[in-house]
Design a protein around this ligand. Structure first.
Ligand code: FMN
Length: 231
């Protein structure tokens, strides 16, 4: 399958961190060349530009950009249009809220996520509100706005990094999640910074490594399991 090369890769990987754009256009400046997704032709640029950095500058996210990110999440689809998701948002300017969400992360994640600009914890309502029957897709649904928010962050010149590495019981307690909701994931959002600023060699290496994916042939089947998908 033909793979397209990255569009307009930034010739100088050290300049991407200096971008100051606040536009709602996908920003190539937040993506070092090695992080561009290599895809077949036709994939929207935004998908190719999103990646998960660990080095963030801590620069505050303007309120209207944060609102746009949350708004993007709001428009995700869900079973019965239940919109079972809720977002606990902590911008670093609100030091108490930010430290509180940071405290639920496992130490490895805390080490780098402390420099993010925003942390968001997601939760999902377990039952449908129309009849209180179990919503088996609640967490599945909550993943959709997470992706939308991550892509909107990229569109706004930021990047994001989702996390499962946190203490769920502590998250419930710290964020006052009601019992009828389950805890989802945490996502950090911010402006990418230089890999050199990361504290461990392992993190530095991961920060500059090319992104990997399984081949589509392993993921997509034609009509039934095991039958290769062919275009
Ligand atoms: C639900 C979820 C949980 C994740 N948990 C963590 C985590 O706890 N710590 C971490 O460093 N990365 C975490 N990641 C990031 C993944 O490792 C990353 O998305 C994957 O390696 C692909 O890289 P890319 O997003 O740059 O394409 C998580 C991602 C998702 C979607």
């Amino acid at each position: 399958m033909q793979r397209t090369s990255p569009r307009a890769p930034n010739p100088n990987p050290n300049t991407w961190k200096q971008n100051k754009t606040l536009s709602a256009e996908p920003s190539h400046a937040s993506v070092p060349p090695e992080k561009y997704a290599e895809t077949v032709p036709g994939v929207a640029e935004l998908f190719r530009l999103r990646w998960s950095p660990r080095s963030f500058s801590g620069r505050p996210v303007p309120a209207e950009i944060l609102e746009a990110i949350l708004e993007a999440g709001r428009w995700a689809p869900s079973s019965y249009n239940e919109q079972p998701w809720r977002f606990i948002v902590a911008a670093r300017e609100d030091a108490a809220a930010f430290q509180s969400l940071l405290s639920i992360l496992l130490p490895f994640n805390q080490e780098w996520a402390k420099n993010a600009s925003v942390l968001i914890l997601t939760a999902a309502r377990n039952n449908f509100s129309h009849d209180e029957s179990a919503n088996r897709h609640a967490l599945h649904d909550a993943g959709a706005p997470l992706s939308y928010m991550m892509l909107q962050a990229t569109a706004s010149g930021l990047q994001s990094h989702a996390m499962a590495g946190f203490d769920h019981a502590k998250a419930r307690e710290v964020a006052h999640i009601p019992p009828e909701f389950q805890v989802g994931a945490v996502v950090s959002i911010g402006y990418p910074d230089s890999a050199d600023k990361l504290s461990s060699e392992q993190m530095k290496q991961r920060e500059v490594a090319a992104r990997q994916r399984k081949p589509l042939s392993e993921l997509a089947f034609n009509g039934r399991w095991g039958q290769p998908f062919a275009k």
